[in-house]
Design a protein around this ligand. Structure first.
Ligand code: MN3
Length: 216
């Protein structure tokens, strides 16, 4: 999976946008993408690389690292890697599963069937994950994940935690960032408007690919 790949030079690599900063307009404005990917996400990545080297865990895959945070004895390093490793992983998944020529629309194929089976319909899935995203108090994320037995589950997490760092054993395949830096320049306090518009930029082909990879 791309967000767990590394690195050649013992580095965690930030996902490079396959679209320009204006590639998510009008749902997400270019300045937000420039700041979000070019500053926030870059900073999480650089800080993770610095801390991982200090802790001697720079050769671990990111999912392995987030699953085994308790192996890092130094509490300051452990907290820093939890936050910045989460920020690195979460944003790689986020930017990977939005944008592109076929953005918007609906899931296809096996993922579409599974969403219907798990949540009743695509519209009901959207309602449920939107409610989690909108209801997350403060900064955080809403998630669609695959359990080890191949079921789809929804959740929300605070800060940069995710289903991996929380030890659920589930594999995230889609996420909505509800930190204010993801939407505040355009939507201000109206998080619900951002979440509603967000579905117009989801790359369901990519989410479907991640679903098939997680259920192989
Ligand atoms: Mn963010």
């Amino acid at each position: 999976m791309l967000q767990t790949e590394k690195r050649g030079e013992r580095m965690f690599e930030q996902f490079k946008l396959p679209y320009g900063n204006d590639g998510l307009e009008p749902v997400i404005d270019a300045l937000t993408v420039e700041t979000h990917h070019g500053k926030h996400h870059l900073n999480y990545t650089n800080t993770l690389n610095t801390l991982a080297e200090k802790a001697g865990v720079q050769d671990m895959e990111i999912t392995e690292l987030l699953t085994n945070l308790d192996r890092i004895e130094d509490e300051t390093l452990r907290t820093g890697i939890r936050n910045n490793g989460g920020g690195f992983y979460n944003h790689n998944l986020y930017f990977m599963t939005i944008g592109g020529e076929n953005k918007g629309g609906k899931p296809q194929g096996k993922l579409a069937e599974k969403i219907d089976a798990a949540f009743g319909s695509f519209d009901e899935f959207k309602e449920k994950i939107s409610a989690l995203a909108i209801g997350q108090f403060g900064s955080g994320w809403a998630w669609l994940s695959v359990t080890p037995s191949g079921e789809l589950v929804l959740s929300a997490t605070a800060n940069q935690d995710n289903p991996i760092s929380l030890g659920t054993g589930n594999t995230p395949i889609f996420t909505i960032d509800v930190w204010e830096h993801a939407y505040y320049l355009k939507y201000k306090n109206l998080r619900a408007d951002y979440v509603k518009a967000f579905f117009d930029i989801v790359n369901w082909n990519e989410v479907g690919r991640l679903y098939e990879e997680a259920t192989k």
